[in-house]
Design a protein around this ligand. Structure first.
Ligand code: KE4
Length: 428
């Protein structure tokens, strides 16, 4: 494969963009080399500046559950643009997207649309503090909720990849209000609440963490957190920015039958354009301005183009059999990769849920951050490069999750598994 054009663009990018990127995990630091530059996408495929074609399992880090350039999404955005890119005035589309979200996620009675997952989690925490009158928050080591000051404490995603669990630039006072505990450790949660329960505003977690790789809850874990927060008057916040519409139609909360107090969403509900959202019962949400005293605002919140893309995405995803298509694709890929690793004698630990999947280069099990970060990241990097050079684009870091779309059909999966046979040998 030729990467000359991307290499030239990479030189130019590093002159004016910090690290050549606008989000750190895109820089390939964890896998070596430099990123390719995307030029176009169609369905499950993305094409780079040198004309190389890849089957894409990153899908813009989750939003593109319909794949790139789905005609229904394109048409909806085009029509919206003809009417106006932004108003800063209420529009009907915001009502319709909020209504759709309440249908897909029944624990949400009222919604606030924002522009990113980070905004959603940051605002949900402010609301939890305003609602409870308490300052402390609890987060899970390895969970990533966006670059919120108080949450970049033992965060996942790029921070784990960069091995800088607590980012500089965060006042000690902020970090002091954030308590952390391991995922799948209910005793740790009970201990924290026994000591500080009456000061804790909320627990925020990815119910199925996808930012330390994909880790699944042990039986009873989420139920235990639900009971503990209820007992102590703290809110349970599910960050479903990644797992929403992917772990199940209604997210992990549907899959595991847990009703959180607040839910954060993003990615899929923007269909590739910038949208985040948070929501829950009116009794909590109505504490938000302009009804209540907790302030949160945004110039482009509910933007017409983004709401059009999100609505069109949910329209298609909600049709009979479509969600199952994304889940079946992930299962087929995971089954194939597991077989290939076994035949190559390479120890891997796989996880999957809905259209999300992960292959840790690790003997297993992987139940939390400490176990995830013991993975063989060098082996992952070698596998990543082997796949990339064979036309398959996986997440450029072990501590991420792979995604499928409705466009990942038999041809894409065959190419993926053919590539994996060679890449696994090279990584082995
Ligand atoms: P954004 O602010 O990037 O839209 O969302 C932050 C966020 C919040 N919650 C969860 C569970 C998330 O996964 C994310 C963002 N995910 C990363 C990928 N692991 C986005 C990729 C990036 O940072 O460039």
């Amino acid at each position: 494969m030729n990467f000359d054009r991307s290499a030239a663009l990479w030189q130019e990018a590093n002159k004016v963009l910090v690290g050549g990127v606008n989000s750190p995990v895109r820089a390939f630091k964890a896998v070596g080399g430099h990123p390719f530059f995307a030029v176009s996408g169609k369905g499950a495929h993305v094409v780079d500046a040198d004309g190389n074609d890849y089957v894409d399992y990153v899908l813009s880090w989750g939003p593109l559950v319909l794949g790139h350039c789905h005609p229904h999404v394109e048409e909806a955005v085009r029509k919206a643009l003809e009417r106006g890119a932004s108003f800063g005035i209420p529009t009907e589309a915001e009502i319709r997207l909020a209504e759709a979200i309440t249908r897909w996620v029944p624990s949400i009675e009222k919604v606030r649309l924002v522009n990113s997952g980070t905004e959603a989690t940051m605002s949900a925490i402010r609301l939890a503090r305003g609602y409870t009158g308490r300052d402390l928050i609890v987060k899970i080591e390895g969970c990533y909720h966006g670059h919120v000051d108080g949450l970049l404490v033992k965060a996942g995603s790029g921070l784990t990849t960069f091995g800088t669990p607590t980012s500089p630039g965060i006042p000690a006072a902020y970090a002091a209000c954030t308590l952390t505990m391991a995922y799948n450790d209910l005793d740790a949660a009970r201990t924290i609440f026994a000591e500080k329960g009456d000061q804790i505003a909320c627990i925020i977690l990815e119910p199925v963490p996808g930012n330390m790789g994909l880790v699944l809850p042990e039986p009873g874990y989420l139920e235990g957190l639900r009971a503990l927060t209820k007992q102590h008057g703290a809110l349970l916040i599910f960050d479903e920015v990644m797992s929403g519409f992917r772990a199940a139609r209604g997210g992990a909360q549907e899959r595991y039958g847990i009703t959180p107090d607040l839910t954060c969403l993003g990615k899929v509900i923007g269909g590739g354009l910038p949208v985040g959202a948070y929501g829950g019962p009116a009794a909590i949400m109505d504490r938000l301005s302009p009804v209540g005293p907790v302030y949160q605002a945004g110039t482009l919140s509910g933007n017409p183009l983004a709401t059009a893309a999100g609505l069109a995405t949910l329209d298609v995803l909600g049709q009979p059999g479509v969600f199952e298509q994304t889940e079946n694709a992930m299962n087929t890929v995971c089954d194939g990769l597991g077989q290939i690793a076994k035949e190559a004698g390479v120890p891997v630990f796989q996880t999957r849920i809905g259209s999300m999947g992960c292959m840790f280069f690790h003997d297993g099990p992987v139940r939390n951050y400490a176990e995830a970060t013991a993975s063989d990241t060098k082996r992952y990097a070698a596998f990543f490069q082997g796949m990339l050079h064979r036309g398959v684009y996986l997440a450029p870091a072990q501590f991420e999750t792979a995604f499928t779309s409705i466009a990942h059909g038999p041809a894409e999966i065959d190419r993926t598994l053919d590539a994996a046979r060679g890449a696994m040998r090279e990584a082995g």
